[in-house]
Write a protein that binds this ligand. Structure first.
Ligand code: ATP
Length: 221
């Protein structure tokens, strides 16, 4: 059984169908991208995985701990970095208060631990958002729009961190991205979602070389 297995998922908002029979899987320690245009249903999918949205039909099986890094980061601006991180560990009791492992992953955050999160840069806030998710000690991280609004150098640094987490801790990642180029570089496998349906899937390198995917998402053939 896969770490994440989604079968024939249908989600509706009133009369509008946001997901129209989506099937996808993520294996343990796998890096998988979900790309697609605005409004394709990417956020709906990840919100369904984390139970925020209830499907009309279909199944979601998660064979481990899932943590979600939401679009827009959703920091508590007035709380410190350390307190924001602890919010991600509340399910884990005393162990969930220990933020040390997050500062090992993101040493750049250690000197900022007593700063209010609202004072950080966008890239630093995204590190806190990923760190907060790591506090749940996940097997699978679902990251919604990692790169949104961030400078390329900042995105590159976040990508390095995710790669390291994958390599050293076996963390699986489902990366939901409008930045298809970055997503296909980081991940080994990808799905393309359009209007609530998976229209292409396969090895990331193969999708990047597909002329239709390249034309639609990579700015050229
Ligand atoms: P974006 O990157 O812009 O967030 P997306 O691929 O994540 O796009 P979704 O946000 O999942 O797409 O939206 C899928 C469809 O569902 C869109 O047509 C959107 O307008 C609609 N939708 C999303 N959330 C709601 C909601 N709460 N109520 C009604 N319609 C919604």
């Amino acid at each position: 059984m896969s770490l994440l297995q989604v079968d024939d998922l249908v989600v509706r908002y009133g009369a509008a169908t946001a997901l129209d029979g989506v099937t996808l899987a993520v294996e343990a320690a796998e890096l998988v991208a979900l790309i697609g245009p605005n409004g394709a249903g990417k956020s709906t999918l990840v919100n369904t995985l984390s139970g925020i949205v209830r499907p009309a039909s279909g199944t979601v099986h998660i064979g481990g701990q899932l943590a979600h890094v939401p679009e827009g980061r959703e920091m508590f601006a007035d709380l410190t970095v350390d307190d924001n991180l602890r919010l991600g560990g509340w399910r884990n009791g005393r162990r969930g208060r220990d933020t040390g492992h997050v500062y090992e992953v993101f040493p750049e955050l250690a000197p900022l631990r007593r700063q209010r999160a609202g004072r950080l840069s966008g890239g630093q806030q995204q590190m806190v958002a990923v760190g907060r998710a790591l506090m749940a000690r996940p097997d699978l991280l679902a990251v919604d729009e990692l790169s949104l609004g961030l400078a390329p150098m900042v995105v590159a640094s976040l990508v390095r961190h995710l790669r390291e987490l994958n390599r050293e801790r076996g963390l699986a990642v489902l990366l939901i991205e409008q930045n298809a180029r970055m997503a296909l570089e980081l991940c080994t496998r990808a799905y393309v979602l359009e209007a609530g349906r998976v229209v292409a899937e396969g090895p990331a390198a193969q999708l990047a070389a597909d002329s239709r995917v390249a034309a639609a998402y990579l700015g050229g053939p």
